[in-house]
Design a protein around this ligand. Structure first.
Ligand code: UDX
Length: 460
């Protein structure tokens, strides 16, 4: 049954969730305090780069509205999802000021019908109760004498940027947590079309073959909150684990791609997230592993495995510099190209992007750096103006006259480049494949010295 849903925050998670739920038939109002974002959405523009999101928004248009007014979205909603961002503060703990502001505004604007207030933002374990207390305080202050008729729930989000819609509609699982059975019931009904796969898939995103029903994990608030951290940290440590093994593979002359395949085909391990390279970036893994460690510390617990995964991930970035030093001997004065800036393909997100970190490390050693990305250059110029001069419109401009090129993000279009034509343009045709994505034989035949960040590299 269609429900009235309000989504607070139109970032990646909020917007994708709102559009998907509207597509499934719910009546969705998205609230954001940023007038520019709301105006863009009114005009049919999606302010983030996410494949198919604009098309899905057009399909769901009649069930979707956008506003800067909390009152318009919250007052008669069955469910209010909070999907504001929770950036990392300087001490590694999440900065909850947007969450607090959202909880306050929700408290002030809640109506009298039963409403489930859902934390979708990744919040520290225990925040559900904290958000609930803020909502209640502001509700009571603005509605004297009226008992609040709402319950708190957590509904962690597992979507990945670049595949956000597929991850939502064809989820591995849906997790809902609350200490109130009625809230759990309402929330599971919101997801019913996904759980039972009763919706007609959009033409551009057919249901995967043999896709069955989606399991629901319906649990208490604290467990749902911890599931998010446990899952993301596990994925992060899977990547760091394979990167650690890749170091050894390089020393003993083993092929890490084969090692990952032979290891991951064990269904207890699984093949995914065993891609060795320059490591993880993005808004989640760094933040969530840091927050897990910080929370554990509050309970006098260490998380040595998670801490080690973070160290390994940082080391992968420095390894790029070390590899280039081995090749070039002196980096100062060299021109180094970086292809791919977004933290992964199919997004323009630069948060904690390894490419930026590597560019800065190289610049601090005196290198001249040139940068290219198929979609993230506009964002880079805005967010890292000090690097704007390094941007080049075409991969060929990055490569021409360079002493080495680093492939930092595995965009499909880089695989299709005419590498044979590019090699002669370089001062020295060294290609460091940070994602193990290009074909060594093909690149070698094209005239490159092909090296990878953690793979057996032939002696010079
Ligand atoms: C992640 C989680 O996957 C998702 O469930 C959660 O909701 C948010 O955080 P996201 O950050 O969008 O999603 O990207 P993801 O595809 O998980 O990649 C994260 C980083 O890991 C990227 O920088 C990627 O390049 C890197 N990665 C991924 C590897 O280095 N190797 C791999 O095998 C897989």
């Amino acid at each position: 049954m269609a429900q009235k849903i309000c989504i607070v925050g139109t970032g990646y998670v909020g917007l994708t969730t709102g559009i998907c739920l509207a597509f499934l038939g719910h009546e969705v109002t998205c609230v954001d305090v940023d007038q520019a974002k709301i105006s863009a959405l009114h005009a049919g523009d999606v302010p983030i780069y996410e494949p198919h999101l604009r098309e899905l928004m057009a399909l769901a248009a009649e069930n979707l509205s956008f506003t800067t007014s909390y009152a318009d979205g919250v007052a008669d909603a069955d469910v209010v999802f909070i999907a504001v961002n929770t950036p990392t503060a300087a001490d590694g703990s999440p900065d909850l000021r947007y969450l607090r502001a959202a909880a306050q505004s929700i408290g002030e604007t809640l109506g009298d019908r039963f409403t489930v207030v859902v934390n979708k933002s990744t919040v520290p374990i225990g925040s559900g109760n904290w958000v609930g207390a803020i909502v209640r305080d502001f509700f009571e202050a603005t509605h004297p004498g009226t008992p609040g008729n709402f319950q708190l729930a957590s509904n962690p989000e597992f979507l990945r940027e670049g595949t956000a819609i597929g991850d939502t509609l064809y989820a591995d699982r849906v997790v809902v947590g609350s200490d109130d059975p009625r809230a759990l019931e309402v929330l599971s009904n919101v997801y019913r079309p996904i759980l039972d796969q009763t919706f007609t898939p959009p033409a551009f995103l057919p249901r995967p073959e043999n896709f069955g029903v989606v399991p629901l994990v319906s649990t208490d608030l604290a467990s749902a909150e911890l599931i998010k951290y446990a899952a993301n940290s596990f994925l992060a440590l899977k990547i760091s684990y394979i990167n650690e093994i890749a170091q050894l593979a390089e020393r003993v002359g083993a092929d890490i791609a084969q090692v990952a395949l032979g290891t991951g085909l064990d269904t207890r391990i699984g093949r995914r997230f065993l891609g060795a390279g320059i490591g993880w970036g993005g808004s989640c893994f760094g933040k969530d592993t840091a927050a897990l460690i910080t929370t554990a510390r509050e309970y006098k617990l260490d998380m040595p495995i998670v801490a080690a995964a973070r160290e390994t991930n940082q080391r992968q970035r420095e390894l790029v510099v070390e590899k280039l030093l081995e090749e070039l001997r002196i980096i100062k004065g060299c021109t180094i190209g970086i292809l791919g800036l977004a933290f992964k393909p199919d997004t323009d997100d630069l948060r904690d992007a390894p490419a930026i970190d590597i560019a800065q490390r190289l610049i601090s050693r005196g290198a001249r750096v040139r940068l290219h990305d198929p979609v993230a250059m506009g964002r880079l110029a805005r967010e890292f103006p000090e690097l704007a001069d390094c941007l080049r419109d075409e991969p060929a401009e990055v490569v021409t006259g360079a002493d080495a090129v680093v492939l930092a993000t595995e965009w499909a279009q880089y695989r299709q480049l005419d590498w044979k034509a590019l090699a002669p343009l370089m001062r020295s045709p060294i290609l460091l494949d940070g994602r193990h994505t290009l074909d060594r034989q093909r690149l070698t035949a094209a005239g490159f010295r092909y090296i990878a960040v953690a793979a057996w590299n032939p002696p010079r």
